[in-house]
Design a protein around this ligand. Sequence first.
Ligand code: SF4
Length: 328
Amino acid sequence: MLTDILESKKCFKLVCGAGNEDAVEVEKLVTLYSKAGCKFFDVSANAKIVDVAKKALKNSKITDAYLCVSVGIKGDPHVSKAYIDKEICTNCGKCIPICPQNAILKSEKDVFINKPPCIGCGKCAEICPVNSINMHSEPDDLNKILPPLIEKGIDCIEFHALSEDEDEILQKWSDINSMYSGLLSICVDRSRLGNIRLLKLIDKMLEIRAPYTTIIQADGAPMSGEKDDYKSTLQAVATAEIFQKHFENKMITPCYILISGGTNSKSLELAHLCDINVNGVAIGSYARKIVKEYVNREDFLYNDEIFSKALKVAKNLVDKIKIKNSLY
Ligand code: SF4
């Protein structure tokens, strides 16, 4: 069971990207990381993506892996996409190489965003010299998208709640709770609310949950974990520390803690050095980046030599996380 994996403190969750609707990439990532020993996958709450992730697990003959679908609130970067203002864009193309998802393309006419693979990281907007790129989130209606996914069979729903609108967060949380009785995950960071408001909000959200049916995903800096250093993962560990301290003093409803947002192969080592006890780590940007050169190949799933090289890299990361945490 997924809760056994969390209790073992060896949980490695591969984040394919809440906004990542590139079915080809998700199939490759789930195939690769499931063979590398990952048992928990976070994918977009999109029927096509859930189907392709299930297909990848079936083709890999992995029967003990679990799927989480991610939904978000308006404004949360995880469910945002980049939009180029054509009136302002000069088609310089500086944003093209910076995109980790190869989601920016150039035609003879203009530079444009290929929406499905865009994960809303905002790197293109940061580099644009004329500020022509903005991030927009138009989250789907949860009452429409979740029931068919629940019927298909999922193991967890993750709610990305990076917003200052506490009423909307609580309303959406209540909707998710009324639709789904399984494991839920709340992905939050400290940037919008600050520590005190964030903890109060989490307490309210946990009030309606049974013990050990919720994961708090302590996000450091969303989608920032491209480097394998301590600095990148510092904020994730710091966020987990706030929850750990809070729950030690006043555990309203016991829950699991994962770290995410800037996570890499050093995340657990840093957590342990700081005496932070977590149930595992969710890794997105870094886990995708280290295998990108292989996964980007069209023949990736059919070229044994290339797949084996990628598998070695992925397995090294998964093993590092699992072994480090089981020693703790
Ligand atoms: Fe989307 Fe990030 Fe690529 Fe911009 S850089 S198009 S936000 S994935």
